[in-house]
Design a protein around this ligand. Structure first.
Ligand code: F6R
Length: 241
């Protein structure tokens, strides 16, 4: 695993966007795995800048997002679907039909999960997956547990994740309790992975991910087993290494 430490999140955003840009330049119709949350925002801003300056064409690019809440309307500001359009997709020339965000709406949610995995496989798999990390070491919504999950599945959010996501909702009671999430197996299938962590509040999770033995108690630690995983940290997130 390659670990690179940068001064701040702005510098990380620029470097991460370059990785995306080189992937798109190598393969115009590449498949990108996208994340929401605060961490990828500087990267998305830089991708928009590169697109606006005429350097990056997203017209053939396809994307699959990691996760989405269960029971939230896509039009709502807190939905991950809306987040992606507000922060990236509406600002670049990606085709709406090439964008995929989990959409758990069927009577049997496991059908939506199976259909999502099938769509990723049909697209040829993910070329480059971007990840953030939760304070408890989660990736996507794969929370600490006794086993690594495999494919896309429905997750009960832990109290720590509900509290961390409360900042996007008026009241903690409004945070959904369930989500649809790619599994650890789906994430590990990506050909290349970039995990970004910024801020001192992520230092403990980063230490567990990189220095402890691989264990589902820290889902992100599984990246130690990935053949092409890179980790970008700022000085705060790297402070316990
Ligand atoms: C988001 C996701 C989550 C976040 C993680 C960190 O799609 O899958 O695992 O990456 O919760 O969130 P931020 O970046 O807001 O600290």
């Amino acid at each position: 695993m390659e670990i690179r430490i940068y001064k701040d999140d702005v510098q990380i955003g620029k470097e991460a966007a370059l990785l995306f840009a080189s992937q798109i330049l190598k393969k115009r119709d590449c498949v990108l795995g996208m994340a929401t949350g605060s961490t990828p925002l500087p990267t998305y801003q830089e991708l928009v800048r590169l697109h606006e300056s005429g350097m990056l064409d997203f017209s053939e690019v396809r994307t699959f997002n990691l996760d989405e809440y269960v029971g939230i309307d896509r039009a709502r500001e807190q939905s991950y679907y809306r987040f992606m359009f507000d922060n990236l997709f509406s600002k670049i020339n990606i085709k709406p039909e090439n964008v995929h965000v989990p959409h758990p709406v069927s009577a049997n949610l496991s059908d939506d999960c199976a259909a999502y995995d099938a769509a990723i496989a049909e697209a040829g798999g993910i070329d480059l997956q971007i990840l953030g990390i939760g304070h408890n070491g989660h990736i996507a919504f794969n929370e600490p547990s006794g086993v690594f999950s495999s494919g896309t599945h429905i997750v009960e959010l832990t109290q720590s994740t509900i509290e961390a996501n409360q900042r996007f909702f008026e009241r903690i009671e409004d945070v959904p309790k369930k989500a649809m999430s790619m599994g650890i197996g789906s994430i590990m299938k990506a050909r290349e992975i970039l995990l970004i962590a910024t801020g001192k509040q992520k230092a403990q999770a980063v230490k567990a991910m990189l220095r402890d033995a691989v264990s589902p108690a820290c889902p992100a630690s599984v990246l130690q087993f990935h053949h092409a995983a890179t980790v970008f940290l700022d000085e705060g997130a790297a402070s316990l290494l």
